[in-house]
Write a new protein. Structure first.
Length: 198
């Protein structure tokens, strides 16, 4: 795989007690990012998929930057040591803005409310022309199938435009997803939604 990114932000869940299929995917994703010489930007977590993601990247000799808001910086939740860099910011909103600033592309692994909030903020920024950075969903075992169906429904019912369907890619495997991100082309005519040029 030819790498075109220097940094990549990954959003994913921090819950424990998950199926091994999710942990293994996160570990592989972290390793693959590091093996391609890409700096991993993530939420600094040591639990759930966040912990496995960082573990995979660090074990492969990668650089890992963790961004965490005040109130979530306890040693039970985050890596207080061991990361290449740890930034503690004032709040969740600042955390998201900082991760968007540092990353050249974004990947979402399975997760819950916070994970979806982070990725959809990035997609919304794409939709309104704030950036042209690619986004991808690692669709482990069809986890995101209902979400992708909802996005298609949003298009079918005219809540989004056709080009908004092409603001992201998805794949079931880390390697497949990374290859699609390398080939990603930002959709043309994104301004059509802003000016209502039908």
């Amino acid at each position: 795989m030819t790498n075109r990114y220097r940094s990549l932000c990954v959003f994913c869940g921090s819950a424990d007690g998950l199926s091994d299929k999710y942990y293994n995917a996160a570990l592989e994703m972290g390793r693959l990012i590091a093996e391609n010489g890409i700096t991993l930007v993530y939420g600094a977590g040591r639990t759930g998929l966040m912990g496995k993601l960082a573990e995979g990247a660090l074990e492969a000799g990668g650089e890992v930057i963790g961004i965490v808001p005040l109130g979530l910086e306890s040693p039970q939740l985050i890596y207080t040591t061991g990361l290449t860099k740890l930034e503690i910011v004032n709040d969740i909103q600042t955390r998201k803005a900082r991760m968007i600033e540092l990353a050249e592309a974004f990947i979402t692994l399975p997760g819950g409310y916070g994970t979806m909030d982070e990725m959809f903020e990035v997609l919304t920024w794409s939709q309104i022309g704030r950036h042209r950075k690619p986004c991808g969903f690692l669709n482990v075992d069809g986890y995101f199938d209902p979400l992708l169906e909802w996005i298609r429904r949003a298009y079918a019912d005219h809540f989004i435009y056709e080009e908004h369907l092409n603001l992201f890619v998805e794949d079931a495997t880390p390697r497949g997803l990374m290859a699609k991100l390398v080939d990603f082309q930002f959709p043309p005519n994104i301004e059509r939604w802003l000016v209502r040029d039908e």
